[in-house]
Design a protein around this ligand. Structure first.
Ligand code: ADP
Length: 585
């Protein structure tokens, strides 16, 4: 695939706003014309001031100038508004595009990129386009017009005097080109540095309770200072480069003006030039040199923007995971099989998390996944949900390879209830209705699901009922309440296959009982895979799969596995068995 041009990629962002930008350019043309006419008018004024006794011409000239200045003011205001507001529109558009691209990224992308970093990319990196793409580009276009118009005027006044500028202008433009290249590289590093700072800050803010509880404020400060120090050193070296460019080009400007003045004075002495002409020439020359400097500066800013937004365009242009929304509906009974599945996480390719897992689950069966921490239980759940693809082997639903079915179709038949249920900061209604993406959900449906999940009663006790806001991550609800809302959400989805990641921390016995009742309702008639921690759950499962370091060590019912006293299951469960025995006795 051919590499898209970084320049075209950015310029393409302007296309939807072509009409607005043309209006802005028209306003700009008016201001440029007036700007170009100004020195000529001044030259006329100077050369006529002594010759004309009658000053009536001056009053009419002043009136015309006033009208022209009023037109210029209106055009300049309109130009500023149009370019500035279009800049914001472009930023919003690219921000939406980037967000859409990020949301579609496969889960492995999120293993690699931190939330704080992504947030920073969405705000700071995108913002950079605002100034360069509209205002910056408009100003440089204006400068280009001024430059071309100014050179034409200079040539009409005195082609000989123009020779003075011939050496200077290419030098300024060349200076801009050279520094632009360095800027591009530097800008990417600067944005990476900023993203790193955002990552560190986000990490500590999101774990602020832990930071305070362990009195780690000093470490937090040190880590942030380290990250900002690095970002600062990049910005400072970039400023040095910018200052050098500025100093260099302004030196060249003044050098050229000095030369022009010296040579112009000689031409006046020889009678080849009038004082008014020299004044106009100097004004045009400073306009032209200033414009050339601004074009060089814009080129630098443009290259900086390209560097700073490289990451954004890499993400937007990258081929995303197969879009989760694509594909038709899938009918599943709920049979599931892992066929010799081998898998390593992309971030840890050397360590196999699953080393040839082989099992089949019949529709309606309840399976408990048991094993020490790190054995691969959650990895199995992630693979069922299609977050990652197996390196070898396959996963099949009702005997059909998952790879041959639309991912969105499969996922529509799956639901997960997590160990720590994730809630959004909206209302209870929104959190339950989240289960169904493809259509609007009615309040009655949500209420029915909540009733089955034993959540309706406590929700009705809140003054705002289903409109109650749950706070960030559901902090305004108790553990048991959050669990039951998550169960209601899963019920509303009406999945064929259910994945339960059992909470390790025990709820109080009343909540526990309600959550258990809710889960029993949810599991009825569905294939259920439980990442099980509690003895009571494990014992009740139809079958238990015992995992050991990515391998399936044993499988069978509780009774069968307990009978194998040299097996891993007996070893894992012996404390719980010892506790359960007296009760049984
Ligand atoms: P369990 O759920 O049984 O505790 P996991 O399935 O979470 O175990 O983990 C299995 C192995 O995969 C562990 O060695 C763990 O460190 C590793 N692992 C889990 N998640 C990731 C990840 N996102 N990236 C890299 N390695 C991971």
């Amino acid at each position: 695939m051919s590499q898209p041009s970084p320049h075209l990629d950015r310029l393409r962002l302007l296309r939807p706003f072509a009409a607005r930008l043309c209006a802005g350019l028209a306003c700009m043309a008016v201001t440029v014309l007036i700007q170009l006419a100004y020195p000529k008018a001044l030259s006329y004024f100077i050369d006529n001031i002594n010759l004309q006794k009658d000053m009536a011409w001056f009053s009419s000239l002043a009136l015309i100038m006033l009208a022209v200045l009023a037109v210029q003011a209106v055009a300049a205001t309109a130009r500023y508004y149009i370019f500035e507001s279009t800049g914001y529109m472009i930023v919003t558009r690219i921000r939406r595009q980037l967000y859409a691209a990020l949301i579609d990224q496969p889960i492995r992308f999120y293993d690699k990129h931190h939330v704080g970093e992504l947030n920073n990319r969405l705000t700071a990196d995108v913002e950079i386009l605002h100034d360069t793409l509209t205002m910056g580009m408009a100003v440089s276009l204006r400068c280009l017009c001024v430059f071309i118009g100014g050179v034409a005027m200079l040539l009409t006044i005195s082609p000989v005097l123009c020779l003075m500028l011939v050496f200077f202008l290419p030098a300024t433009l060349y200076l801009g080109k050279v520094t632009g290249k360095v800027y591009r590289k530097q800008a990417r590093l600067m944005q990476d540095g900023q993203a790193d700072c955002a990552k560190v800050a986000h990490e500590h803010f999101s774990n602020i309770r832990l930071v305070h509880a362990f009195s780690q404020q000093r470490t937090a400060r040190t880590r942030y200072a380290g990250a900002t120090e690095h970002a600062l050193s990049l910005s400072v070296s970039s400023s040095a480069l910018f200052a050098l460019f500025r100093g260099g080009s302004s030196f060249l400007v003044y050098l050229a003006l000095l030369g022009t003045l010296w040579f112009g004075a000689r031409l006046i002495g020889q009678g080849a030039l009038s004082v008014g002409d020299l004044t106009a020439f100097i004004l045009y020359a400073s306009m032209v040199t200033e414009a050339a400097g601004a074009i060089g500066e814009f080129w630098n800013a443009w290259m900086r923007t390209i560097g700073a937004t490289e990451w954004i365009f890499e993400v937007i242009n990258a081929e995303c995971a197969p879009p989760a929304a694509a594909g038709g509906e899938v009918r599943l009974q709920g049979n599931l099989a892992f066929n010799d599945v081998v898998f390593s996480y992309p971030e840890r390719p050397d360590a196999q998390a699953l080393k040839g897992i082989d099992f089949a689950i019949a529709a309606g069966e309840t399976i408990a996944l048991v094993g020490a921490s790190g054995a691969g239980k959650s990895t199995i759940a992630s693979l069922i949900l299609g977050f990652y693809q197996p390196d070898s082997g396959s996963i099949s639903f009702d005997g059909v390879d998952a790879g041959a079915m639309p991912l969105a179709g499969i996922r529509s038949k799956l639901a997960i209830v997590e160990q720590e249920p994730s809630l959004f900061s909206g209302s209870i209604f929104e959190n339950i209705a989240f289960a169904v993406a493809e259509r609007e959900v009615t309040l009655d449906e949500v209420k029915a699901a909540a009733a089955l999940a034993y959540a309706h009663d406590f929700i009705c006790c809140f003054p705002d009922g289903y409109d109650t806001l749950v706070g960030e991550h559901g902090t305004q609800l108790s553990g048991g309440q959050k669990q039951r809302i998550a169960i209601a959400r899963a019920l509303l989805r009406d999945p064929r296959i259910l994945i339960l990641d059992e909470a390790t921390s025990a709820l109080d016995s009343a909540s526990e009982l309600q959550v258990q009742h809710a889960l029993d309702t949810l599991m009825q008639g569905r294939t259920t895979i439980i990442i099980a921690h509690r003895f009571s759950t494990i014992v009740k499962a139809d079958r238990i799969l015992v995992l050991d370091q990515g391998r399936l060590a044993q499988q069978g019912t509780h009774a069968q596995l307990v009978a194998q006293q040299d097996g891993l299951y007996f070893h894992l469960m012996r404390h719980q068995l010892a506790r359960a025995q007296p009760v049984a006795a």
